[in-house]
Design a protein around this ligand. Structure first.
Ligand code: ATP
Ligand code: MG
Length: 489
């Protein structure tokens, strides 16, 4: 391509609605244009960079035995009813006139194909992948192509006989992902991530650190510990028990609403103060006890209660359930489930609300006085806490997710009846894994990591063109002829 013929509509000014470098530079360098919120047209230079990323992905997926599909973006709505995902909030865009939806991911279609064609253990394992357009009903598309309503994803699905075999497919993907992101020239790291209500440790995210990231991660620069805050832990000390356990006593605490106010009122430190937060889990009240100002991490809470809908109770609901406002709630006499953070496990001599405005109860022994059903890790880690692995300081930072690998298990195979017969003729659901990479995110993250005041500093792997041939002296016929010969070659 000659530059004189190339369609590269560059912009001199930084567009006012583009807040982050990759968004600004992808517009200014003529890589893409926004058609409408969260929907982008890729222009030739931008698409070339994306094709290079896709080629790297394809090579690494083929190297682990992946077979490429091209599945339809239009799906029957009924298929998504079968797995219960039709109404996941902010997920699916639909085409109402025809009872169709635009697929946000393809577990359903994969399980539908498998249900029709996988019969025996001899048909397994399989790794099926595609690089294809996805649609999501993102409520706030922003940061350019990092969060679109339409985007290109490499999604793959492993189909195995057992969880042990799934481990192998998962590990192969983890290795392929490392190769893909390294070859793309990205400085990335891998974090343990939440697998939500499905439990287990079977989920990892591949991330780059960025102040513009929407994910929050805990990182240890000393030992390499890295986890999404949804699951991250730290080595903060627990409260423990003191030898004497005095009897509970109600005390008047006028105008004391916060933990800090309570600490200064009682001249004690946060360690003896138990904060109560009330949630509604599928409509039922759950009181969550935390030490001092420790924040409840809602992902951990959802996992602890076993999934479902979890909301913090509003002001009116709090009064209805406890008789008190937020600052005076406590476990004693609370009607509903009580769970507590591990940090408070079996501790005594605690102070908490009395479920009566302006009153607290001192000397609470959780073993003796409160019906704590169970203890879980529920707290959100904070910057500079000691690392759970090595004890040195962790950092809490923002990050952008490039890819996610996930041990799904049998949720979709059961819902769509994808089963196989083993050697003994017994029927089992296929064990699935699912693995995604955002193609736009690879290109945008590369730009985030590699730009300066002059613009994008393309790495060789993703550069739209490998070289730029410049005829220094256009007045010399010989030079022009020579340049043309090199160009033709
Ligand atoms: P996020 O938490 O950022 O919304 P997700 O958990 O919804 O991501 P997955 O469903 O795991 O993402 O999708 C796989 C990959 O697709 C992500 O790792 C990301 O790279 C990419 N991706 C997801 N949503 C978008 C989007 N709206 N725009 C661009 N890429 C996306
Ligand atoms: Mg999402």
């Amino acid at each position: 391509m000659r530059l004189s013929k190339a369609f590269v509509p560059t912009l001199k000014e930084t567009p006012s609605d583009a807040a982050i470098p990759s968004h600004q530079l992808m517009l200014r360098a003529g890589l893409m244009r926004q058609l409408t919120a969260g929907v982008y047209a890729y222009l030739p230079l931008g698409y070339k960079a994306m094709l290079k990323a896709m080629q790297i992905i394809r090579e690494e997926m083929d190297a682990i035995g992946g077979q490429e599909f091209h599945l339809p973006a239009l799906n029957p709505e009924a298929l998504w009813m079968q797995t219960g995902r039709r109404n996941v909030p902010n997920f699916i865009l639909s085409v109402k006139e025809r009872d169709l939806v635009l697929a946000p991911t393809h577990e359903e279609v994969i399980a539908w194909i498998g249900a029709n064609h996988i019969q025996s253990y001899k048909d397994l394992p399989q790794i099926w992948y595609q690089i294809q357009t996805k649609f999501r009903n993102e409520p706030r598309p922003r940061s350019g192509v990092l969060r679109g309503r339409q985007f290109i994803m490499k999604d793959s699905y492993s189909l195995d006989r057992t969880w042990e075999e799934l481990d192998k497919s998962y590990d192969a993907h983890a290795e392929a992902y490392r190769n893909i992101f390294s070859r793309c020239g990205l400085k990335f790291f891998v974090v343990g991530a939440s697998s939500g209500a499905m439990g287990g440790t079977g989920s990892q995210e591949f991330m780059i650190e960025s102040p513009f990231g929407e994910d929050t991660v805990a990182l240890c620069d000393h030992c390499g510990y890295a986890a999404n805050v949804e699951v991250a832990t730290s080595a903060v000390p627990s409260v423990g028990r003191s030898a004497e356990s005095a009897m509970p006593k109600e005390i008047h605490t006028p105008n004391v609403k916060t933990i800090d106010e309570l600490a200064s009122f009682l001249k004690t430190d946060h360690r003896q103060l138990a904060k109560s937060r009330v949630y509604l889990h599928d409509g039922n009240p759950v009181l969550v006890l935390m030490m001092g100002n420790d924040q409840v991490n809602e992902s951990k809470l959802i996992a602890a209660v076993g999934g479902g809908e979890v909301f913090a109770a509003g002001e009116e609901k709090l009064v209805e359930l406890t008789g008190a406002d937020a600052g005076s709630i406590g476990p004693i006499g609370f009607k509903g489930r009580i769970i507590a953070d591990n940090r408070l496990k079996d501790s005594n001599n605690l102070v908490s609300g009395a479920n009566k405005n302006d009153f607290h109860i001192i000397n609470i022994d959780l073993k003796r006085d409160a019906k704590v059903e169970n203890y879980f890790d529920l707290r959100q880690v904070e910057d500079k806490e000691p690392c759970a692995s090595c004890g040195k300081e962790i950092r809490v930072a923002h990050a952008i997710e490039l890819g996610h690998i996930f041990k799904l298990g049998t949720k979709y195979s059961e819902a769509l009846n994808m089963r196989f017969l083993d050697e003994q003729g017994q029927s089992h659901p296929v064990v699935m894994g699912s693995y995604g990479i955002g193609v736009e995110r690879i290109v945008a993250c590369h730009i985030e990591q590699s730009h300066d005041e002059n613009g994008i500093a393309w790495g060789k792997a993703l550069a739209p063109y490998a070289c730029h041939l410049i005829t220094v002296n256009m007045n010399s016929k010989e030079a022009v002829l020579h340049a043309n010969q090199i160009y033709q070659k």
